[in-house]
Design a protein around this ligand. Structure first.
Ligand code: BDR
Ligand code: CA
Length: 320
């Protein structure tokens, strides 16, 4: 099993990414760490616990609260994309509480306990990771692999024409992380990877709906806002880079092409804040970008994952 931490701004695809970490038998999800991003912080925490409940894993995996704002910038939500991130569902009880340990301390402790073994999947802005790097200078070198959903490979952004959301929200944090010396950084990009290989069309969503499990009902409901937004901006369905990132951390054979780059982040540009520059010529690469995945296999994986019936206590909430 692969010891994992998922650092997340939990809404929509982040929830599905947590389901991958919680339900795939190859994953040993040690902690969920929360970072300011997609929607309000409390809503994100709610969404993470709701997802734990749906996966039947409440109380098994601790939720650690981390940075509530980016390092230097004003927080920018993506609620126009994701709504509240769970289609208006409310968790039936709040009996489970976040851990008292801060996310940054949990990241450092887990990396130390599992020196050279831990994989971290960062699917939100990189604020918590940057703080961990600053707090414990040895932190980066202890992590086996850092998988980052962020940036575009010299391509188009989403939150601005130039920048992908996770990097845009906290470009200084991304810069710190990229310079920190993590032994292995894997990048799941917005453009081209997500836009080409991780889009679920209406036909895909219909196949998921037909499963008629509580998880499939959750998927369809939590995904609707993102689906509608993505289609409005000209994408052929909903985008799933976060769930893809967790799956790649568990099963790299899904990647069909990868390539090393020197990745840098624009922190100063007025029009290009958070834009990512990938130098393909560098002799000193700091990341490996996934360039192509087996897209039908990715969809089939998600469809199977959602075909399980796991969360008895939550069935009422998601009655068909
Ligand atoms: C990223 O931004 C968020 O809105 C998604 O959860 C994903 O992590 C895509 O740009
Ligand atoms: Ca995310």
């Amino acid at each position: 099993m692969i010891p994992l931490v998922i650092d997340t701004d939990t809404a929509a695809d982040d929830c599905f990414a947590l389901l991958v970490g919680l339900l795939d038998p190859r994953a040993d999800l040690r902690a969920i760490t929360m970072v300011a991003g997609n929607v309000g912080f409390e809503q994100q925490v709610h969404n993470a616990f709701l997802t734990l409940g749906l996966a039947g894993r409440l109380g098994d995996v601790p939720v650690h609260l981390g940075a509530r704002t980016p390092l230097l910038r004003e927080w920018r939500s993506a609620s126009e994309v994701h709504g509240d991130g769970v289609g208006g569902l409310r968790r039936p009880s709040d009996e489970h509480e976040p851990s008292a340990e801060h996310a940054v301390d949990a990241l450092i402790r887990l990396a130390e306990e599992q020196a050279g073994e831990l994989t971290i999947v960062a699917i939100g802005p990189l604020t918590n990771l940057a703080l961990a790097v600053r707090k414990e200078p040895g932190f980066a070198s202890l992590v086996k692999e850092l998988v980052v959903m962020g940036g575009s490979i010299n391509g188009r952004g989403n939150i601005t024409p130039a920048a992908e959301y996770n990097i845009y929200v906290d470009p200084e944090a991304a810069d710190i992380v990229l310079r920190a010396g993590f032994p292995r950084v894997t990048i799941v990009s917005w453009d081209p990877l997500t836009l080409r290989d991780a889009v679920f069309t209406a036909a895909h969503v219909e196949q998921i709906q037909e499963l008629d499990t509580s998880l499939s009902r959750f998927f369809v409901r939590a995904n609707q806002a993102t689906f509608d937004f993505d289609v409005r901006v000209g994408i052929s369905g909903s985008t799933h880079p976060d769930s893809l990132s967790v799956l790649l951390a568990i099963d790299r054979s899904l990647a069909l092409e990868e390539r090393p780059y020197r990745m840098a982040v624009e922190t100063r540009g007025e029009l290009t804040r958070g834009a990512t520059v990938f130098d393909w010529r560098s002799d000193e690469p700091n990341v490996t970008a996934i360039e192509r995945i087996d897209s039908p296999r990715f969809f089939e994986y998600v469809r199977r994952l959602l075909s399980q019936e796991v969360a008895d206590g939550y069935l009422e909430l998601l009655a068909g």
